[in-house]
Design a binder for this molecule. Sequence first.
Ligand code: ADP
Ligand code: MG
Length: 686
Amino acid sequence: MINEQLLNPKSIVVVGASEDVMKPGGKILKNIVDGNYNGDLYVTNLKSDVVQGIKSYRDVADLPDSIDLAVLAIAAKFCPHTVEVLAKQKNTKAFIIISAGFSEENEEGAQLEQQIVKTINEVGGCLIGPNCVGVLTTNHSSVFTTPIPALEPHGADFISGSGATAVFIIEAGMAKGLKFNSVYSVGNSAQTGVEEVLEYLDYSYEPEKSSKIKLLYLESVNNPQKLLKHASSLIKKGCKIAAVKAGNSEAGSRAASSHTGALASSDLAVDALFKKAGIVRCYGREELANVAAVFMIEELRGKNIAVITHAGGPAVMLTDALSNGGLEVPAISGPKADALLEKLFPGSSVANPIDFLATGTAQQLGDIIEACENDFDHIDAMAVVFGSPGLFKNEEVYKVLHQKIRACKKPIYPILPSVVNVKDDIEMFINMGNVNFPDEVLFGNALTKVFNTPKPVMVNGDDASIDVAAVRRIVEAQPNGYLTPEAVQDLLDVAGVPRVKEFVSSKVEELQKAVDEVGFPVVMKVVGPVHKSDVGGVVLNISSGEQLVAEFERMMKIEDATAVMVQPMASGKELFIGATYEPGFGHMVLCGMGGIFIEVLKDVSTGLAPVNQDEALEMIRSLKSYKIIQGVRGQKGIDENKYAEVIVRLSNMLMHAPEIKEMDINPLLGEGEKVIAVDARIRIEK
Ligand code: ADP
Ligand code: MG
């Protein structure tokens, strides 16, 4: 667990410090010194008495008795003993091990790692790494890499599962003026992983003091529930979190016995988890850096953006990106717009995009921003595109932009594309504390992504309506594998999922009796095979006794047939609900329309159980086929609240049945207020 000794150590020892600053042990010492660390700094080196001008100890045993933080840059095999001495004799409570050669390498290394964790846990200490770049806080720069970004309390807290990637993300961020408050490279996460750092940031969060921006780079989600808990908690406290989760192409490798199995992957579960937590999911460094830069600016509260530019092209591309992402670049007109136009050179336009021509001045930019801030009430934010063709410098313009960003209430996004022509002016602008988006489309995509990410779910599912004991009874009574039609019926009934009446028997006379009750036409289905239609095991619209007998005899001869089921004919559009159990995540619930929508277009939405009514509605509304669910061209739609209710009910039932590894209702027939299951499969594994 992260502690004060790691974040704000009174003393640091660099074990294995080197004179050579191109070596990790040399660079990390240099970074700590250059970062003006103001506590006591010690170094050890087997062979030297002085390293980089600092007195060096040959043996950690000779160090003074109390040292808060140890940074280890020595070979893996020497680490366990060194940690032992520091933890037990020097009262050291925080360790950063940058050395490699542990669990990432081989079994032997894994054992060394375990030994170290055990020692540190015994003294209640914190371990970062091994095999990491280090930790950077406003108090000390214990990383062996550069660049060291500008550190300030309102900068981002950045936690990375990969050291090298951490460096590249810092570089991408710095180029945009992104500030950092802390960087944690967790390496092998032997004791403290991304989730644990986030947990600490959550528990130690102080509204007035703590940074509100968290960035994560994950290669695996080791503890999904912990990530969900602390990410959503931080976001509810006012933080913004963006994350890259790399490695998402596992889907194809699964044995799939149902639609759900084929569609679901742990990556969809990551999607569902991020959505539930309110995390903005990114897929690369540039995107993460752009999203982080958006976070640094006042939050966008409405959809209407004024695009202000002196060059047509970028304004058009930006307008496209914003509109495609659901934001608007609305028209600006009226007397106040005319008054603004008066102040610009002839040929300018204020219609939005506001184009004040290649000859536009700093003064004019100021006037435009003032008008957007004070006169055009429907404008929520401004994006200013201003570069240079190399004929002029932009110092004056960027100073005005800087002042206006500080003075205006509406967010202003600076898009300064001339990273070569006016490199110095952009640097000046960034050094004044601003961010810059060099590319308008990447900016537009980042802004819309942030704007469209739902807030975390505030209330969890309400499962008061579920008879938990009954769910347990049914699940416990069944062997592993696919549940019988009767058990499926019972579970749907307990969950309160409306289903079509059905009757199962291996005797044709009993089926005939059932049909006498419900009346023709009916549907007959073979019981036994998993995919009934594929083996000719589903016949719709049976309308006579003779047909019933003939189909019964045929179906009982199908391989694996044990009985035949009859159902009344139902009508409606085919909907789908599925669920899989992802270890650590819990149940992921999927929904969409059946038929080609699911098979060809793979149009599904996901949610993590428990799913509440709002989440279920949002799942339905984010489907590409949503318009069809609503009803198009005079066709009757489906009551989305009823569909959502079924999703909620199922997800509630699943919360009490972790043995259900896979299930789908395919189809669920929907028409108006009627949403009714006609086919369900449930597979359990205990
Ligand atoms: P399987 O998925 O094993 O092939 P289903 O029970 O889903 O079998 O039946 C196949 C198709 O038959 C469904 O997708 C649906 O279009 C139709 N169907 C099944 N049961 C009914 C029913 N009771 N009323 C109307 N149509 C039905
Ligand atoms: Mg089916």
